[in-house]
Design a protein around this ligand. Structure first.
Ligand SMILES: *Cc1c(COP(=O)(O)O)cnc(C)c1O
Length: 397
């Protein structure tokens, strides 16, 4: 048992380790003087919407950063996914993982497409040809992959598979800014990929998103569909939308893009501190990023093996939350268990064993600009103390 009251765990009645809450993916903010200068420019131009100079600059800059011919900025990642799914101009079923943010699947529903859930490999957390292939049927028109935690979702093999079957392949790359797979940047795979500039992502546009593609014709349709404004017409589309990004969002995203590398390096330092601090704990494994692939280290993901650790994932979460270490269980309970989708034939939990397994085991730990390496070291010591006291922690009501 723990000795003094000072080191008693908060869940056992002690004071929280941290006075302020530490969150997963804390917001990255550029220095205020740069924000002020950018917004003075917007005020001076009095140009706020409808593809102003900053949105155009962002489209060009992001295309260059990712290394693709076209980048089409939009209001947010979800709208980007909706717009892309609708602009593919197909009807039928789309194979999509359930181990994802709900918006991935909801975008298909908005586009009038029918999601079919596929399982993920519990080692990679991603779909693969093996999990997709058995689900292809006469109504299948596309595959919407997700690069979970920025790790490429079998893109090389799925490109070949999709081409052979005549299916469209698109990706939710919302986690993937600055990431690569087999030497190729995330953003250049399939027909198109969609990124998010949400405040929790490594590039923060105060909301915002971007679609990248090498397909000139698809890019023209996306640029047309993103605006209801007739002057923005590059191709024939059957329906248009208002998915335009504002100048204010573009200003934020451009400033944040300048800091991408520095934020990536800082994330890496926190990740390395977690790796050192959690080494050698049986039953608690830190998800690793491949040495050959670039990653942005925006997510620190652990897997809890209850039998080996002697403590369940949810009880570990409760103990950490009590200390103001605000962890997340993405993507618990899995999109297939949401009311809107649970009735689908593909949503049967026994058909998604890899997804169910991960939803029971994964936890994301705090990182981002407001979390220092010192915080990380303290969090790791705290996790060790919780594990030392697991019997007392497990015993509470
Ligand atoms: C953040 C996220 C989205 C949604 O992006 P928004 O810009 O918040 O709409 C979609 N899919 C995944 C995997 C995400 O992480």
């Amino acid at each position: 048992m723990s000795g003094t009251a000072a080191d008693r765990l908060a869940i056992l009645g002690g004071a929280p380790q941290f006075a302020q809450k530490l969150h997963v993916a804390q917001v990255n903010l550029p220095p205020w003087d740069r924000v002020e200068a950018a917004f003075k420019g917007i005020f001076a131009r009095r140009f706020f919407a409808n593809h102003g100079p900053l949105v155009r600059e962002l489209d060009e800059t992001f295309a260059r950063v990712i290394g693709v011919p076209h980048a089409i900025s939009v209001t947010n990642g979800t709208v980007g996914l909706m717009l892309l799914a609708r602009t593919l101009e197909v009807r039928g079923e789309v194979i999509v993982p359930s181990f994802t943010f709900p918006a991935t699947v909801q975008s298909l529903s908005w586009a009038g497409l029918d999601p079919v859930f596929c399982d993920v490999d519990p080692h990679t957390h991603n779909l693969a040809v093996e999990t997709v292939a058995p689900l292809v049927g006469p109504r299948t028109v596309a595959i919407l992959g997700v690069h979970a935690w920025g790790r490429g979702a079998d893109p090389l093999r799925l490109e070949v598979f999709a081409r052979e079957r005549g299916l469209k392949l698109i990706y939710d790359a919302c986690h993937g800014i600055g990431c690569s797979y087999a030497g190729r940047a995330i953003g250049g795979f399939g027909a198109a990929e969609v990124f998010s500039f949400h405040a929790t992502k490594i590039v923060n546009g105060a909301e915002g998103g971007c679609i990248t593609t090498a397909d000139d014709e698809l890019a023209a349709r996306l640029r047309t569909a993103r605006s209801f404004h007739p002057s923005e017409t590059f191709a024939d589309v059957d329906v248009r939308f208002n998915a335009k990004m504002s100048e204010a969002q573009a200003a934020f995203a451009l400033l944040s893009l300048v800091e991408l590398e520095q934020n990536r390096v800082a994330n890496r330092a926190r990740f390395d501190a977690y790796r050192a601090g959690l080494a050698g704990l049986p039953g608690l494994e830190l998800l690793k990023y491949g040495a050959d692939d670039a990653n942005n280290y925006q997510y620190v993901v652990i897997e809890v093996d209850e039998a080996r650790l002697g403590l369940g994932r949810d009880r570990l979460l409760d103990a950490l939350m009590a200390e103001n270490v605000i962890c997340r269980r993405h993507f618990f309970p899995g999109v297939h268990r949401m009311d809107a989708y649970a009735q689908l034939a593909s949503a049967r939990p026994d058909a998604l064993p890899g997804t169910e397994y991960l939803c029971r085991r994964v936890l994301q730990l705090p990182t981002g600009q407001a979390v220092s390496v010192g915080h990380v070291e303290k969090i790791c010591l705290l996790i060790r103390r919780i594990i030392e006291q697991r019997e007392a922690v497990a015993a509470i009501g």
